[in-house]
Ligand binder design. Structure first.
Ligand SMILES: C[S@@+](CC[C@H](N)C(=O)[O-])C[C@H]1O[C@@H](n2cnc3c(N)ncnc32)[C@H](O)[C@@H]1O
Length: 214
């Protein structure tokens, strides 16, 4: 999530049906790349109020897929400051205006039986080997160790040809950008494409096909 700018937005606009990232660009990417032709589900790390989760769920439903939404549902958890010193947790609490994050999320996502909500710290989440993902979007805790953890959580189960995106690339959380760059370098042999969507501060990595053992 972009930092201080968000505080000045109208928090009431960030309820059901809305998200902070603009998930339409993710859906557009998946459609253009024909990702649903591959076998697997979607995963989102960092669902916040569920507005983006619902958009992914509608898309997934068209192809008979599920969306796994991982969130700790504790708006105080991420104390990472942006470039101007504003902490993520303060931004989240400003948007929530005293409401329960989990309740707002549950209201937004109510009725979608293809959403699998994982209410946990992402470091405590494990998927079985057989769980396949075609697309992942990472926008959870912004500490470098979490960015690495969340990448690994998605990448391990991402099918060849599948893609994993990050929010906050080249924006106001320099440590997030540095960590993503180090992950791109470390995994360069497994990555076939890196796509940056500059206006949305998103970068999407596509997993190479034909990797040994895949
Ligand atoms: C920037 S918000 C996600 C915004 C969402 N992608 C959108 O555009 O609407 C980050 C989310 O990560 C969650 N989060 C923070 N620390 C977490 C952790 N350790 N594990 C899982 N989720 C976490 C927060 O609760 C928050 O909902």
């Amino acid at each position: 999530m972009p930092g201080s700018k968000k505080v000045s937005e109208n928090p009431t606009s960030a309820g059901a049906g809305n998200d902070f990232v603009g998930y339409e660009v993710l859906i557009d990417f998946m459609e253009k790349r024909r990702l649903p032709k591959l076998e697997g589900d979607l995963i989102e790390i960092g669902a916040f109020m569920g507005g983006g989760t619902v958009k992914l769920a509608r898309f997934a439903l068209k192809y008979g897929r599920r969306i796994y939404a991982v969130d700790i549902f504790d708006p105080r958890a991420d104390k990472t400051p942006d470039k101007s010193g504003v902490k993520m947790c303060d931004i989240y609490q400003a948007f929530l205006q005293g409401r329960s994050q989990l309740e707002v999320y549950q209201q937004a996502t109510n009725g979608f039986d293809n959403i699998v909500t994982i209410n946990k710290d992402s470091k405590r989440v494990r998927f079985p080997r057989g769980q396949k993902f075609v697309f992942g979007f990472i926008d959870g805790n912004h500490q470098p160790d979490y960015v690495i953890n969340d990448f690994n959580l998605v990448w391990r189960n991402l099918v060849p040809g599948g893609s994993s995106g990050f929010h906050d690339y080249n924006f106001d959380l320099p440590q997030v950008t540095e960590t993503i760059d180090s992950l791109i370098d470390k995994h360069k042999d497994e990555i076939s494409e890196v796509n940056e969507i500059k206006q949305s501060h998103i970068v999407i990595l596509t997993k190479r096909k034909g990797l040994p053992g895949k």
